[in-house]
Design a protein around this ligand. Sequence first.
Ligand SMILES: Cc1cc2nc3c(=O)[nH]c(=O)nc-3n(C[C@H](O)[C@H](O)[C@H](O)COP(=O)(O)OP(=O)(O)OC[C@H]3O[C@@H](n4cnc5c(N)ncnc54)[C@H](O)[C@@H]3O)c2cc1C
Length: 520
Amino acid sequence: MCNTVAVTRARWTTETTPLPPHALAWLSRRVGLGEPLPEVPVEAPAPALSADAFTALEAVCAVSVEPSDRLGRAGGLSYLDLLRHRGHGSLAVPDAVVLPASPAEVVEVLQVCVEHDIAVVPFGGGTSVVGGVEALRGSKSAVVALDLAGLEALVSLDPVSRVAVLQAGLTGPEAERLLGEHGFTLGHVPQSFERATIGGFAATRSAGQASSGYGRFEDLVESVRVATPVGEWVVGAAPASAAGPDLKQLVLGSEGLFGVITEVSVRVRPKPYGSRYEGFVVDGWEAGVELVRTLAQDGALADVTRLSDVDETEVALALAGPRADVVRKYLRLRGVRQPCLVILGWECRSRSATMSSLSGKKVVRLGRAMGASWLHGRFNGPRQRDALLDAGVCVETLETATRWSGVSQMRDAVRAALVAELGSPVVMCHISHAYETGASLYFTVLVPRDLADPVGQWERAKVAASGAISRLGTITHHHAVGRDHLPWLEGEIGTIGVDVLRAVKARLDPTGILNPGKLV
Ligand SMILES: Cc1cc2nc3c(=O)[nH]c(=O)nc-3n(C[C@H](O)[C@H](O)[C@H](O)COP(=O)(O)OP(=O)(O)OC[C@H]3O[C@@H](n4cnc5c(N)ncnc54)[C@H](O)[C@@H]3O)c2cc1C
């Protein structure tokens, strides 16, 4: 058995929180409920790791070939991953799970894997939704999941410079707990916070919900320690540098292809004394986009700045139950016809800058209760997804970023592609990360599951939506490339870009053991 917690795959948590009756009633009215999917038990095939390789790995660190440990690291947490773990679609299962407990052990594991020609999939929290941790073996005869859970220390903290060195396997909550003991915070809180890790954030260039205040994860990184098949590499030494191109940026977003990140040196901030979240409503999507753009270009964004479109606002109100009737009535009285919810949250940024930029704009204030309710439920998405899957609903998300001038065109194009493929899905959209020149768009899709072909239903929709996304913006703002976005990468970075990535990989991983089939 592995010396770490069991990793659940088919669900976010082991205890599913059922949807309340009013939410189920709304779902069956607006989306329609599909038949519950029969769960087919999934079995791990016999491990293909040779006895010699097993012995060599075991001489370095803990290794497990237990079926439950291997199934627990088989793939990420996309809708298709969840279907695979419920017995629909084919599941790639690693032959073993290796659990190094120090950066030195990670280097040694890689050496063994080079010698025995074994593919290695770095595995953090396993929350990838783009096939990033799929246990593909490429041309190798075996594949291991290299679980970073044993690298869980706060290595050092320089309170004067406000820099902390965190090991890669720390989860979001653990990292915050350790920093909190010294009065600091990282402030990086993606929706996958509870399970995702520091190494995973760095390897995918993750964006947290408060990215407008604290920055994206790559903005927080000062240096990275990486174990590669050709030795250890420490990149980044100073708060700023002109010593050639920023090589650290080659490691950030490298999705486990260039090396295994073992430690990350990050900028931290004093823990805020308090935070304040508020809800607002604007009349219509265009007015909301204009408002968020103004805040971004005035330098007045709140740490969390989030605009929901009409559909997402309707769903948020529907799920809130009878309380929402009062809000709807109030908004009608205020003459709002197309309510779009705006959540603003301040932790480290100045509220007064935001409020003065908002002054004179047509915005209805819903107050702190609405903001607090969003904050309270900010991690509910994955749990609700479990419940939706159980209720026969296909539920998945897509994301991108584009310039302000193209934001609404992007929203319309993605929606049209999804409608053309899925019939009449509910498509919700929000902006959750805003920049001076543009914003990210995040889509959530709900449609009754096609019981005859649940996998194909979403695969076709994803291809259609990704085609629209790639024509108008980036194929991914924060979920990364993995396996699922790979077909669109060359269109975005060009043939030369792909060749550059391949050349870097050839230097750092000459025999190609690291994470085959992803990114390039
Ligand atoms: C419900 C849900 C909500 C999400 N919300 C957000 C969000 O708000 N913002 C966001 O940015 N993302 C979000 N994601 C996507 C995902 O959580 C992020 O990509 C996250 O950064 C992955 O971290 P992880 O530790 O789980 O990495 P994993 O899923 O384990 O791995 C992701 C990729 O990084 C590689 N990798 C992992 N650790 C290392 C390492 N130490 N060294 C080298 N390579 C490594 C893996 O091989 C893989 O290619 C969400 C996912 C889910 C399921």
